[in-house]
Design a protein around this ligand. Structure first.
Ligand SMILES: Nc1ncnc2c1ncn2[C@@H]1O[C@H](COP(=O)(O)OP(=O)(O)O)[C@@H](O)[C@H]1O
Ligand SMILES: [Mg+2]
Length: 213
């Protein structure tokens, strides 16, 4: 059975969809060459589904990522099928805790919560943290659009650690490369493997892999 990663956070614009797409490609690169990775879009906005469609025609797409879309009562059975067919299934969730998001979290081996290193983003994550705790799911936070060092970031790190929550050591900075790669249906490493974006994402994927497996 494959492992399921749900990317969740009630705050819109936190980077859920970007992170789901980028992690899918980076994990495919980090795992063995014939590992099977799928993404599942359960957000009605459908941005990840569009990324998947762009990817299908992207000449630079170097690793295969299967892209699926589902919502409502079919979610449970679709997830079972995907878990049987893939090594890792990454789910991009909507910015609300509705019944679909609950199902995704319930099915997840790991819930990843992207957040800006600022208090309102941590407040916005409370609902997801509570739900993951209720469902006894493994959870990790990851800073997105993070400045290398700032007082606010340090303060959030201290708060997260004081609460006994897991924060990945590797954060993603604010980089145009993420938005550009997404717009072409690609992962950042498929544009260039040596950019700061590729390097930090690769380090994060390694950390995610070790925490998950
Ligand atoms: N680290 C980042 N650097 C630059 N742009 C980013 C970064 N993270 C997200 N974005 C951009 O911000 C916007 C919102 O991100 P998105 O992943 O759609 O958020 P969410 O799915 O949580 O609503 C998108 O245009 C995305 O490309
Ligand atoms: Mg989204």
């Amino acid at each position: 059975m494959g492992k399921v990663i749900a990317v969740a956070q009630q705050k819109g614009g936190a980077g859920k969809t970007m992170l789901t797409a980028q992690l899918a490609v980076a994990l495919a690169v980090a795992l063995s060459p014939n590992s099977k990775i799928a993404v599942l879009d359960i957000d009605p906005q459908g941005s990840l589904t569009i990324w998947g469609k762009l990817r299908a025609n992207a000449a630079k797409a170097a690793v295969p990522i299967a892209s699926h879309t589902v919502s409502g009562w079919r979610l449970g059975s679709e997830l079972e099928k995907l878990k049987a067919a893939y090594d890792i299934v990454l789910i991009d969730t909507p910015p609300v805790i509705d019944s679909d998001a609950r199902r995704a979290i319930r099915a997840a081996d790991l819930v990843i919560i992207p957040l800006n290193p600022s208090p309102p983003d941590l407040w916005a994550a409370e609902g997801t943290l509570k739900l993951a705790a209720e469902e006894k799911r493994k959870v990790a936070l990851v800073f997105n659009r993070a400045p290398a060092a700032s007082r606010l970031r340090k303060r959030l790190e201290a708060e997260i650690s004081a609460r006994g929550l897991k924060l990945f050591n590797n954060a993603l900075a604010n980089r145009a490369g993420y938005a550009n790669a997404f717009a072409d249906g690609l992962g950042v490493s498929e544009i260039s493997a040596t950019t700061p974006a590729s390097l930090e994402l690769c380090a994060l994927a390694e950390e995610v892999k070790n925490f998950l497996l």
